[in-house]
Design a protein around this ligand. Structure first.
Ligand code: FAD
Length: 474
């Protein structure tokens, strides 16, 4: 492998190949995943600064038969971006490739390199008076390459779609080290198979995304946030329908949060004032982005909430007075995962179910779990507008969380995923498959689909060197 290391140094420069050869070099930030579920060991962390350098790295690895793990911000939640423990994999970090290459205001597009942090792109769009709508709690660290490789969702999918819908073109280094120059800003291009959509969501298993051309949008004139207590999940789903009817495309966010989830935020982050949670089994966060004015947005929200109160879909509600208050409400929602982590290790699920069937699904899954594990605590929250729940399972009070995870994870997953399958849902709505769900996937995905996926993988990466062990197991 010393020959490979020499070639990698030649490709990207000595300073950008980090190895364990020097005991003073700490690679743990690249080798441990965000949830601390996996600790790997890389042959080297390689940090190319340009697309030709990425291509040279891939060619060197292909010639040596070394596999590559691409990494952006390393915020992925399914153990996809860290090397295995073998010490033979090359960790390819896109972190130095952060440039905004071009912004076309008239075409409403921006072209950025894969290592660009999502928040930096949002700010670049904002400075141009435009909006890049992808938004998620990890936006200060995650990268565009990672967002596209996982087809990230987040809080604005209801109006703007997943990362896939926001992408028009890609630049990709293939498993053979060639560069596919697909950075088109076209909204219409029916010239054959959609290679862009093949690489989006492929989690680094087909090639390395080095740059992307993405859609921008006009900024809304006003954005208002409301927080409503709802008596049941059925009421939340009916409120969603009402909001879609009354606000139309203005409805840009619709999040649901269960009482126990909010209670965790109240307990672990007491400085955050969580409204209305004690009186209701669920609260909902709504966002209205208005093209006219704040007055217009407020009037629409007031009409919506009045109707909802009349129809008993809402028992109480507050509308944020200003952006600071809106930020506080969103911060509560975004603090749920951290509050859960404070409470202890837990079993996470990122599932989607047709919106109409979510209440019945939760009733069934809640009953199955509480029957199987008396005292189990359910942390239920998510992007209800997209049918996406983070349906997480916390150990009974007083139980050892580590033991709970070890002894119960397989049983809990089987119960939850079984219910997901009965309701025609997906076992991974937005986080992807990674290595965490790679063994589970074939049990819940159509066998013909798995066969086609294998054929694609074989055609594009016949030597299985691109992020092996992720998405599809051999
Ligand atoms: P990484 O974690 O570095 O990589 C993720 C996967 O993509 C890996 O398989 C990796 O190999 C591959 N990859 C990375 N870069 C490239 C590239 N350039 N080319 C090819 N493959 C590549 N996700 C959501 O969808 N919605 C949410 O609301 C959401 N909220 C989150 C909140 C928190 C607090 C955290 C920690 C995570 C959240 N996530 C969410 C998950 C995560 O942030 C997203 O999956 C994000 O898109 C990953 O980006 P990243 O740059 O960190 O990618």
């Amino acid at each position: 492998m010393s020959g490979l290391l020499a070639e990698l140094r030649q490709a990207v420069g000595e300073a950008h190949v980090l190895t364990h050869e020097d005991p003073a070099t700490d690679l743990s930030a690249w080798e441990n995943d965000w949830r601390r579920r996996a600790q790997g060991r890389a042959l080297a962390v390689v940090r190319p600064g340009s697309t030709p350098e990425v291509a040279a790295v891939v060619r060197a690895c292909a010639a040596a038969g070394a596999s590559i793990v691409p990494q952006g911000g390393n915020t992925g939640l399914v153990v996809g971006s860290v090397p295995d423990a073998s010490g033979t994999q090359v960790l390819l970090s896109l972190g130095r490739m952060q440039a905004v290459r071009a912004l076309d205001k008239a075409n409403l597009t921006v072209t950025v390199e894969a290592g660009c942090i999502l928040q930096n792109l949002q700010q670049a769009a904002d400075q141009a008076g435009l909006l890049f709508p992808l938004s998620l709690a990890a936006e200060g660290s995650c990268t565009i390459g990672g967002n596209l490789a996982t087809n990230a969702g987040g809080t604005q999918v209801l109006r703007y779609g997943n990362a896939r819908e926001l992408c028009l073109g890609l630049e990709v280094v293939t498993a053979q080290g060639e560069v596919w120059h697909g950075l088109t800003g076209l909204r219409k291009d029916n010239t054959g198979y959609d290679l862009r959509d093949l690489f989006i969501g492929s989690e680094g298993t087909l090639g390395i995304i080095t740059a992307a051309t993405l859609k921008l949008y006009p900024q809304p004139a006003a954005q208002l946030t409301a927080w409503a207590a709802v008596p049941s999940l059925e009421a939340a789903v009916r409120l969603l329908g009402l909001a879609q009817q009354q606000l139309g495309a203005g409805l840009t966010g619709f999040e649901v949060m269960g009482q126990f989830a909010l209670g965790l935020v109240a307990r672990h982050f007491p400085a955050q004032r969580v409204p209305l949670w004690q009186s209701s089994p669920f609260c909902v966060l709504l966002e209205n982005s208005d093209t006219e004015s704040e007055t217009h947005a407020r009037a629409l929200f007031e009409r919506l909430l009045e109707t909802a109160l009349e129809q008993e879909l809402v028992s109480d509600a507050v509308v944020a007075e200003n952006l600071a208050q809106a930020g506080q409400l969103w911060h509560i929602r975004e603090s749920i995962p951290m509050a859960q982590a404070e409470e202890g290790l837990n079993i996470k699920h990122d599932i989607s179910i047709p919106v109409s069937r979510i209440p019945a699904f939760c009733e069934e899954a809640d009953a199955l779990l509480t029957q199987a594990i008396p005292g189990v605590r359910l942390v239920n929250f998510g992007h209800l507008g997209d049918g996406n729940l983070h349906y997480n399972v916390q150990a009974p009070l007083g139980a050892n969380a580590q033991d709970f995870l070890q002894t119960e994870e397989a049983r809990v997953n089987a119960l939850v995923f079984g219910a997901v399958a009965r309701y025609h849902g997906s076992i991974s709505a937005e986080h992807g498959v990674g290595s965490l769900k790679a063994a589970t996937l074939p049990h819940y995905k159509d066998p013909v689909a798995i066969g086609l996926m294998r054929a694609i993988k074989q055609a594009l990466d016949p030597n299985n060197l691109m992020n092996p062990g992720r998405v599809l197991l051999p």
